[in-house]
Design a protein around this ligand. Structure first.
Ligand SMILES: O=P(O)(O)O[C@H]1[C@H](O)[C@@H](O)[C@H](O)[C@H](O)[C@@H]1O
Ligand SMILES: [Mg+2]
Ligand SMILES: [Mg+2]
Length: 282
């Protein structure tokens, strides 16, 4: 059977690697920090430059494909997922880490057709780990197959999460009450790499049993979601049921038992959807 999207995936891997080199180089220089929706929602010229590098290279090779890119959306481009082949790009996942040289920074590229993610590429560039997944064909790190943890006992688990970039006191209260509930199950520990994409790759690698967060965007999780499911994991909404990548809520776990146990402890809330018609950048 011919593999329709293999050329695109090969291009994504090469583009992510080149982008990672630019990010690594930029860490040697002064990083001018700008802000987007709030004083803690950071962006740098490297985020913008890397996104343009990826988009331009794809346009040259696949002129009919569409894009949802974090920095393009911040600049006013629409965030709409159609049935067309669409590249969903987070040029630097972990910009706050990048600004502080905290060593977990990823380039994340998801590719969707008919609103289904066909492949995902996450390049954790400071670790030089290239995570890839192709729908139905497994997940890999630097070519080695990935498998989620087999743990079914939440009390023997490590859970990853993040505080996100909202400082709205009501949202922060929900985040803390969920975290308190999860921690006091009790679980072995809570971790967070500072990037949704890397957290999801940690689930896929079997290092943590689950990752959950509210407030993420489609570009944070499109690639990672396929990497988790192809490594044998599950994706759910924070209130249970199917995940919706535009809803800004996700639970990615090694199995349903762990996912559902965490969901019982999450105090849910609903930030403005990524595809809301009149949404300004959040
Ligand atoms: O803005 P970037 O692309 O660095 O991504 C986000 C992270 O991926 C979140 O998990 C995280 O919680 C933050 O919200 C962060 O903004
Ligand atoms: Mg991100
Ligand atoms: Mg980003």
């Amino acid at each position: 059977m011919t593999d329709l999207w293999q050329n695109s995936m090969d291009h994504a891997v090469a583009a992510a690697r080149r982008a990672g080199q630019v990010v690594q180089q930029a860490l040697q220089d002064d990083r001018k920090v700008m802000t987007k929706s709030s004083s803690v929602d950071l962006v740098t010229q490297t985020d913008q430059r890397v996104e343009q590098l990826i988009i331009q290279s794809v346009k040259e090779k696949f002129p009919t494909h569409r894009f949802i890119g974090e920095e393009s959306v911040a600049a006013g481009e629409p965030c709409v997922l159609t049935d067309d082949p669409t590249w969903i790009i987070d040029p630097i996942d972990g910009t706050t880490n990048f600004v502080h040289a905290f060593p977990f920074v990823a380039v994340s590229i998801g590719f969707s057709v008919n609103k289904q993610v066909e492949f995902g590429v996450v390049y954790s560039c400071l670790e030089d780990k290239m995570f890839t997944a192709r729908r139905g064909r497994g997940a890999f790190c630097n070519g080695e197959p990935l498998q989620v943890s087999h743990q079914t006992d939440i009390k023997q688990s490590i859970i990853a999460t993040e505080f996100g970039s909202s400082r709205d006191p009501e949202a922060v209260d929900k985040i803390f009450s969920s975290l308190r509930n999860v921690l006091c199950i009790p679980i072995h520990g809570v971790r967070g790499a500072g990037t949704a994409a890397v957290n999801m790759c940690l689930v896929a690698s079997g290092c943590v049993e689950a990752y959950y967060e509210t407030g993420i965007h489609v570009w944070d999780v499109a690639a990672g979601s396929l990497i988790v499911s192809e490594a044998g994991g599950v994706l759910m909404d924070t209130e249970g049921g199917e995940v919706d990548l535009m809803s800004r809520r996700i639970v990615a776990a090694n199995n349903r038992t762990i996912a559902e146990r965490i969901i019982r402890e999450i105090d849910p809330f609903s930030p403005t959807r990524d595809d809301a018609p009149s949404k300004s950048s959040q």
